[in-house]
Design a protein around this ligand. Structure first.
Ligand code: ADP
Ligand code: ZN
Ligand code: ZN
Length: 747
């Protein structure tokens, strides 16, 4: 018997399963997914590997088959599902086996359990195995509430504090139930759960609204009827989270597991808090800031059945559950669901693949679904459910669009239009809170010479530097390079240097100068570097300790603060002027999402959007809360130009330190690729380039670009892999070639 093993080595040159002999004494232990030590190449010590297949035979060309040295651990570390998934990712996203398997075995899996700190202990409750027949006394409402909570939520075990929080009972109630033989209370080691931000959400929801109920029933119907994937399109504040929670409840009752994906844990503390409150210690929280030991605990806990729900950013899609009933992708339009390092997977596709394997349901939720998802929903490829009203009879805010060209004509050079200034003043007077959104950090975004027009750029990147006032430095937002601002132009020597464009730092100053006495908080990458800073800002704002919260897209998403009555968008044009076919979509989504932060309490909300493009359809549609209108226009453009969802793309970036070599390398790549693609019979595709990438130099590396566009990528991805592999070994040695399938970024 032979095992095919992927060895622990990142080189694309060894990106294939190698044959090893299974020695007799390991015959019963070696299975697909087992970790093994194997001899490899010239290495003196055996190296780590994963068995991906078993075979009776060994092909003739393999000359000397070596035996597996030993097994690591007991039993397979990866299921066969995961091995299949890795193989699929490799062919779909042009990554190596090593990279794909790396997603499934987080860094922590390799660290030895001995290196871990001992856990703390906490009180837990479980229902007694034998239920005594003795009925509860009539006046024991609290006791009844506890028992019916456990019943309803299908919880066998729960942390005392969760139970107390959820039912309003006391520890005494629980002890009384213990005394009656209904519950058992015991100590349990607490796993190192990652820090959680709490105290940011309202009380628990008692009753679903009619539209929530209808949506929930519709999704249940689809699920039970065998629909594998559903879009839940619900306007901002329509209460989607509560629908998700009930679906998870169903899943657990059926004895299956659920995965909940959120765009970014630190940006969505409220969502995470909801889930954690409801599922407490049965929920694993997975995110990138966990230590290796914590990652190990979570992964191991899931494998051992300690958790029923995994909550996390995109990497949680790989949670090693063996029986998945449900995966939810919340805010499914967010770009964080696309991985920007290899494997460059789209979370939706991985989730869909896993749900198909397990017969589970995939729910995609958003107020502003991606054009692709909405297209599939309206075409009937996936289920489609809508929530058209805000909960509690709330209404969407009224949106005003201000033409900043008119403001300039009238001599207003401030970042505030007259209208927005009026609205802020009124909100302050009425004690309403305001969110101001500006998609640029720093003080001024461009420093240029009035005499010759030259712009101060980064030494290592082809990107203009941003002025940061507090540090009095020019900083590159790509590579972090910093320098003193020049007093004279370095091109012509003129001293007429000017600062253009506003970032959040300048906005903060403008607010302080313009609205005396207003209490202001700023939230952007610069103010949230310190651990916990992000949480402190949100908590202070939620507790009404500030009147105005301003910041970058961090303030645009997911926040649910009832005190907010006004949202101001300082300049809508930043996302619009990007050369990317998704620019309009992105603008519409951001404007709709940020507007959705207003008017979530009893007071109706107002939104002011400032722009130099007031007539643009993405801005008009956002103003009218008209998702469908926006979609109709956008989908026609996609159809006309052959963009997703009608065609698929591969973005290929060739980069290196020598400008000439990169340019030559890109054109060699293009020629060889064209030849190879030519061999595909009957396959439609278009090839663009090679051309300089939009950011032609980043971190001292020059960048060229080739784009493939095709109705289907079957066969094409493999040709790209062959081309890349062949050339990197030969003429393109020393250069880097990235091939991004279904890219979200073209810069
Ligand atoms: P969405 O994600 O659709 O924007 P959320 O799920 O954040 O909306 O819900 C918005 C707010 O409404 C939350 O504060 C939530 O607690 C509250 N909420 C949700 N459902 C109900 C309900 N049935 N009754 C009362 N409040 C609710
Ligand atoms: Zn100059
Ligand atoms: Zn730079």
């Amino acid at each position: 018997m032979y095992a095919l093993v992927i060895v622990d080595n990142p080189s694309p040159l060894v990106d294939m399963p190698f044959h090893y002999l299974i020695p007799d004494h390991l015959k019963d232990d070696i299975k697909i997914g087992t970790r093994v030590m194997v001899p490899f190449g010239n290495s003196k010590e055996p190296i780590d590997g994963i068995v991906t297949a078993l075979s009776e035979e060994c092909p003739g060309h393999v000359k000397r088959v070596k035996p597996i040295v030993r097994q690591i651990g007991s039993g397979p570390v990866l299921s066969e599902e995961m091995i299949d998934l890795a193989e699929w990712m490799r062919s779909e996203y042009l990554c190596t086996w090593f990279e794909a398997l790396g997603c499934m075995m987080p860094a922590g899996t390799k660290s030895s359990p001995n290196s871990q700190k001992p856990g703390k202990y906490r009180l837990w409750v479980r229902r007694a195995r034998e239920n005594p027949e003795k009925p509860l006394p009539k006046n024991a409402a609290r006791m009844r509430a506890v028992m019916s909570f456990l019943e309803q939520e299908a919880l066998d075990e729960v942390c005392c504090s969760t139970l107390i929080q959820e039912t309003g009972c006391s520890l005494q109630t629980l002890r009384a139930l213990e005394g009656r033989g209904l519950l058992e209370i015991y100590d349990r080691r607490v796993l190192r759960a990652p820090e959680l931000m709490t105290g940011l959400v309202n009380d628990r929801v008692e009753r679903l609204s009619t539209s929530q109920k209808d949506a929930l029933e519709a999704i249940r119907g689809m699920r039970d009827g065998g629909t594998g994937q559903v879009l839940l399109h619900g306007i901002t504040g329509s209460g989607k989270t509560e629908v998700y929670l009930r679906l998870i409840g169903d899943t657990l009752k059926a004895g299956k597991k659920a995965i909940v994906l959120v765009p970014e844990i630190s940006l969505t503390p409220q969502m995470v808090e909801w889930y954690h409150r409801r599922f407490g210690a049965r929920a694993a929280l997975i995110h990138s800031r966990l230590s290796d030991g914590e990652k190990y605990d979570q992964w191991e806990g899931i494998k051992k059945g300690r958790y029923d729900v995994a909550i996390g950013a995109r990497s949680a899609v790989f949670a090693p559950f063996e029986d998945i009933g449900l995966i939810i992708i919340d805010e499914e339009h967010e770009h964080t669901y696309k991985s920007e390092s290899s494997p460059r997977y789209v979370t939706h596709s991985v989730a869909a693949k896993r749900c198909r394997y397990h017969g589970g349901l995939l729910v995609l939720g958003s107020a502003t679904p991606s054009i692709e998802t909405y297209h599939w929903a309206t075409e009937g490829d996936i289920g489609f459910v809508q929530l058209k009203e805000r909960v509690g009879g709330g209404v969407l805010p009224t949106v005003e669009v201000v033409d900043m060209r008119e403001e300039l004509k009238e001599g207003n050079r401030s970042v505030f239009s007259t209208r927005l200034a009026e609205r802020v003043t009124t909100a302050l007077k009425n004690k309403g809170q305001t969110i101001l959104f500006l998609n640029r950090r720093g003080y001024s975004t461009v420093v240029s010479c009035r005499n010759c027009g030259s712009v101060v750029k980064c030494k290592k990147c082809d990107i203009s530097l941003t002025y940061h006032r507090r540090e009095n430095s020019l900083i590159c937002h790509y590579c972090g390079y910093r320098r003193r601002p020049p007093t004279r132009c370095e091109v012509c020597g003129s001293d007429r240097i000017r600062h253009l464009g506003s970032g959040t730092e300048k906005l903060e100053k403008a607010v302080e100068d313009g609205f005396e006495g207003a209490r202001v908080l700023r939230m952007d990458m610069d103010t949230t570097r310190k651990k916990g800073a992000h949480y402190d800002i949100l908590k202070a704002f939620r507790n009404q300790e500030a009147d105005i919260l301003l910041g970058t897209q961090m303030v645009a998403k997911g926040l649910d603060f009832p005190g907010v009555t006004l949202v101001g968008v300082i300049l809508a044009d930043f996302t619009l002027n990007v050369p990317d076919f998704r620019a309009s979509e992105r603008t519409f989504q951001l404007l709709t999402q940020v507007s959705g932060r207003a008017g979530r309490g009893s007071q109706p909300g107002k939104v002011v959007i400032q722009t130099y493009n007031p007539g643009h359809y993405s801005i008009e549609a956002a103003k009218n809360h008209d998702y469908e209108g926006f979609y109709e226009q956008e989908i026609e453009i996609r159809r006309k130009f052959g963009y997703p969802p009608f065609e698929r793309l591969i973005n290929i970036i060739v980069s290196g330190e020598d400008q000439r070599e990169v340019a030559d390398g890109a054109s060699t790549f293009y020629k060889v690729l064209k030849e190879r693609l030519g061999a595909l019979k009957g396959q439609q595709y278009e090839l663009y380039g090679p051309s300089q990438a939009m950011h032609s130099k980043i971190k001292n590396r020059y960048r060229w670009q080739i784009i493939i566009k095709a109705p289907a990528l079957e066969g094409i991805t493999e040709k790209v892999r062959e081309t890349r592999f062949g050339l990197l070994k030969g003429p393109l040695r020393g250069l880097s070639v990235i091939a991004d399938v279904d890219p979200y970024s073209f810069s």
